[in-house]
Ligand binder design. Structure first.
Ligand code: ATP
Length: 387
């Protein structure tokens, strides 16, 4: 369970740069898990074959003895005796087979363990160049310069040309599988492009340290990830050095204070996997508070597609609006209000940018966009456009 927590939260861990701490914990757990599993597999394999071997060994010994006597000519063999002899042989077959099987089981376990260790030892796809320098705080823009990308097989992104200027919000829309998430994953360097470059203030992200890039990015994803820890600790994860006052301020800005008093221990209530059950909207607000506390200049946001109840929806939206204020934002948009307030909407299809512009322009000229609006935003309340 603890391993599950670490795996599912891996992106949170990466962007909040807690790898070292989590990795130690993971190694400790993993070593323990491996030791126990190996012990169990060994014990089971040995005991199975060993007991059956012993129970049949006696018969086997008799057969061998009989065979010896026959060969030496000291025993006249009858048909009946031959029958017994071959029967005994057949009985020996099983324990020998299970002994081999037991051995195979151990081999399999070892091979499996080796694979697990290979995975653990695997270098992350992205690493710092030896000469990498720290990226100074973003001052101008994020730029995708002729970026193409694949995961090793089919092309996922082709020749993406896109600039997001400081403080701007760019909304990405497109059908499922268009490459929206993959596009955003290139900014915190979860992956590097296969061709072209992603640049911040003109600096190719491959030439700067991953940590200095991730320090400048907050990510709020579709499924809010909470650690099995208290509400307070979950928010503080955004910035470990924050004072209590700062954590409470972030909680307030994200409307966490609205529901926290109703929890059994307030801010000290344990949430996450085995903790108190929170609604989707409440979980989301905690992750938004975490991002507010991190106070990073770049925001990567994947809006939830699942609908929350209207009241929750409203507060989550308000919390997000606060979070987006003054930040350079790339958002996978699912809400009409988000795309209406975006500076640019980018329409992505099959890994290519097929159009870009403002909502009204795109409605007029982009069939794909209009179709998506009709489908996706049919249930949304169209709000008056914010300026
Ligand atoms: P959705 O709206 O459904 O989330 P999307 O537009 O965000 O889709 P991506 O998740 O970027 O699209 O996926 C683009 C393509 O890349 C898809 O064909 C997907 O199957 C593939 N893909 C995504 N992640 C991986 C991965 N880790 N390894 C291999 N292929 C992947």
């Amino acid at each position: 369970e603890a391993m599950h927590q670490i795996f599912t939260g891996i992106r949170q861990v990466k962007t909040f740069r807690m790898e070292a701490r989590e990795f130690q914990e993971f190694e400790r757990l993993n070593q323990g898990f491996f030791d126990r599993t190996l012990k169990m597999v060994k014990a089971r394999a040995l005991s199975n074959s060993f007991t059956s071997l012993m129970s049949n060994l006696a018969v086997g010994a008799l057969v061998v003895a009989a065979g010896y006597l026959v060969l030496k000519g000291r025993l006249d063999i009858t048909t009946g005796q031959l029958l017994v002899f071959s029967g005994a042989l057949a009985m020996m077959y099983k324990p020998i087979k299970s002994l081999t099987k037991g051995y195979n089981n151990v081999q399999e376990a070892l091979a499996g363990a080796e694979r697990v260790f290979q995975l653990i030892d695997q270098r992350p796809a992205v690493k710092n160049e030896p000469k990498a320098v720290d990226l100074p705080p973003i001052a101008q823009s994020i730029e995708f310069d002729n970026v193409s990308f694949d995961y090793g097989a089919d092309t996922v992104l082709s020749q993406i040309q896109l600039q997001v200027r400081l403080g701007e919000t760019v909304a990405i829309v497109g059908p499922s599988g268009a490459g929206k998430s993959s596009l955003l994953d290139l900014v915190p360097r979860f992956y590097d492009p296969t061709a072209g470059a992603v640049r911040i203030d003109g600096k190719d992200l491959r030439t700067v340290t991953m940590e200095s890039v991730r320090d400048q990015i907050a990510i709020v994803s579709q499924d809010p990830f909470l650690f099995h820890a208290t509400v307070l600790e979950n928010i503080r994860y955004g910035r470990e050095s924050a004072t209590d006052a700062e954590v409470y301020a972030a909680a307030k800005a994200a409307y966490v204070d609205v529901f926290v008093d109703a929890l059994p221990d307030g801010y000290h209530t344990r949430v996450g996997e085995r903790g108190v059950m929170l609604s989707g909207g409440q979980r989301q607000r905690i992750t938004i508070a975490r991002a507010i506390l991190k106070d990073a200049p770049i925001l990567i946001l994947d809006e939830a597609t699942s609908s929350l109840d209207t009241a929750s929806e409203r507060t989550v939206q308000d919390a997000l609006t606060r979070l987006m204020e003054g930040r350079t934002t790339l958002v996978i948009a699912h809400r009409i209000s988000t795309i209406q307030s975006a500076d640019t909407i980018v329409v992505l299809n099959a890994g290519r940018i097929v159009d870009r512009g403002k909502h009204e322009e795109l409605l007029k000229r982009c069939d794909l966009y209009r179709g998506m609006c009709d489908l996706q935003f049919a249930n949304d309340v169209v709000e008056p456009r914010r300026s």
